[in-house]
Design a protein. Structure first.
Length: 518
């Protein structure tokens, strides 16, 4: 029996060995593929920072099934990745139902496409998969690796050369389409601008061009969660985060044009669009879905088109700068409740004060994410990461690992709820083994607060939302982390100071008032 199992093999070990010998990969040693899939989610986040596709490798059947959740996150986060799954060889696939799943069908809803590696086309197939992952709306692509193919011999084949494809959709310079787009902006007295994730996916040239465009125009600038920091959020024009929620209307109801640059509808929280002002869209991908109908849409390379539009527009003085300051002040005041004990907003404020401007923050799903999204001042592109498309729990910790792998010299802070942390506690071992000095702050409020608040607002019982008391500092210490529990702002500030200066993995178990989100 053991010989038969070895004959079929788990070819993942051969793939990992080859990758290690070529210094192409780093591996976990966790037994469960669910963990590996979630770490792949974090590695995908690191690859977004590097603007290259990540790789997730997982086993047949249960391994492939466990990786679906992480792949769904990558799909709706528009993060390019290859999802490599083992598959039985053809003879065994037909005869052996154990662990047999139709893996291309399983991944059909959460990837851009699926390929099966063949004996004679391995390099070409992988090149096609990478190009698909990087094209248009980027995302994961699935590749099945049959055992018999992975065990077969084949002539050495050079990997097809060439960089990832560049995309130019409009003529260079001031095309008629861009002149019309600029004229539409110019005709508005009070345009407002929203930056979306495609600005960052396009690269540093597009990010820099967007800042020049925003400063030239002089209009308020919002950013979606994935684009926070494209224009530093301490800039005088920065209006904060855009999620298409009611609080933003206090400013946007006064706009007479809304300019969406690289905005993906997956980033929006509401299916309704309350604004009467015309929507002007500039993106590298056509707008085929979403709650708004653009009055004008230009599909073009963002860097060159933004440079052209910047030359064609003049500064707008229709906005009163005091109005923008008042909007920001009212929004922040509403998000900072008063009360005794350690409050969530205070945790966010102190973490922002301690993390350097070039640092990276990752934040998990939950009520603390809503607060962090609006209160956190992001001062660099790629400095704020969460699950904006899928909105999944348990993303912040693996995302922090991926961010630290991508930028080893950059400080990384992870904000996670107790529920999300309980789902990812095993990743502490990865951080210690890989010597990744991330700083984790756990919002220990003993509850799933987002669901609890929904129950309260509708007059329902609180069911299934409370946790028993857990000492997360003790858990982290058992993995080799430096760890401490804090109950006050002063204790948190001191702990973060020590953690940021230590160069070691740290966990801060922040005991939050349970009713602080009410």
């Amino acid at each position: 029996d053991q010989a038969d199992a070895a004959r079929r093999g788990d070819e993942r070990v051969a793939v990992h060995d080859a990758g290690d010998r070529r210094r192409l990969a780093r591996h976990g040693c966790r037994g469960r593929d669910r963990a590996r899939a979630r770490r792949g989610c974090g590695r995908g986040r690191g690859r977004v920072l590097r603007r290259r596709p990540g790789v997730v490798s997982t086993g047949v059947g249960p391994g492939a099934a466990a990786a679906v959740h992480g792949t769904a996150h990558l799909f709706l986060e528009r993060a390019p990745a290859l999802i490599l799954t083992d598959r039985f060889g053809e003879a065994d696939y037909v005869r052996l139902p154990r662990q047999r799943l139709d893996q291309p069908a399983l991944y059909g809803a959460v990837t851009k496409g699926s390929f099966t590696l063949g004996r004679t086309d391995a390099a070409t197939t992988l090149r096609r998969a990478i190009d698909l992952a990087m094209a248009g709306r980027q995302g994961p692509v699935h590749v099945d690796l049959p055992y018999d193919v992975m065990q077969a011999s084949a002539p050495e084949e050079a990997f097809p050369a060439g960089p990832f494809p560049k995309r130019y959709f409009a003529p260079a310079g001031e095309s008629a389409a861009l002149r019309e787009f600029a004229a539409a902006i110019q005709s508005a007295a009070r345009p407002a601008v929203v930056a979306g994730l495609q600005v960052n996916r396009s690269g540093p040239a597009a990010e820099a061009a967007f800042v020049r465009f925003a400063e030239r125009l002089g209009a308020p600038v919002f950013a979606t969660m994935a684009a926070k920091g494209t224009l530093p959020e301490d800039h005088p024009l920065a209006a904060g985060t855009f999620r298409n929620v009611a609080s933003e209307r206090a400013l946007l109801d006064h706009a007479d044009a809304i300019v969406l640059v690289g905005v993906d509808p997956v980033e929006l929280f509401s299916a309704s669009w309350p604004y009467e002002a015309p929507v002007l869209v500039l993106d590298e991908v056509p707008c085929t879905e979403g709650p708004y109908s653009p009055a004008l849409e230009v599909v073009a390379d963002l860097a060159s088109s933004l440079e052209a539009v910047t030359r064609l527009v003049t500064p707008h003085s229709g906005w009163n700068r005091e109005d923008l300051d008042a909007y920001r002040g009212q929004r922040d005041a509403a998000l900072r409740p008063q009360g005794a004990g350690l409050l969530p907003a205070a945790v966010i404020r102190i973490a922002r004060e301690r993390l350097p401007r070039d640092g990276i923050l990752t934040v998990d799903a939950g009520q603390h994410k809503v607060l962090t999204t609006d209160l956190w001042t992001s001062t660099r592109p790629g400095g704020f990461h969460t699950s904006s498309g899928l909105g999944s729990m348990a993303v912040a910790l693996p995302a922090a690992l991926g961010a630290k792998l991508a930028e080893p010299q950059t400080p990384v802070v992870c904000l996670t709820g107790d529920g999300g942390f309980l789902m990812r506690a095993g990743d502490l071992e990865t951080a210690v083994r890989e010597r990744l000095p991330i700083v984790i702050v756990v919002f220990n409020d003993r509850a799933l607060n987002m669901i609890k608040l929904q129950q309260d607002r509708r007059g329902f019982q609180r069911l299934g939302t409370s946790f028993a008391e857990s000492d997360f500092a003790a858990v982290a210490a058992g993995f080799g982390f430096e760890a401490v529990r804090v109950r006050s702002e002063a204790e948190l500030d001191a702990a973060l100071g020590r953690a940021m200066a230590s160069g070691r993995p740290w966990l801060i178990d922040a005991l939050i008032e349970p009713e602080a989100y009410a």
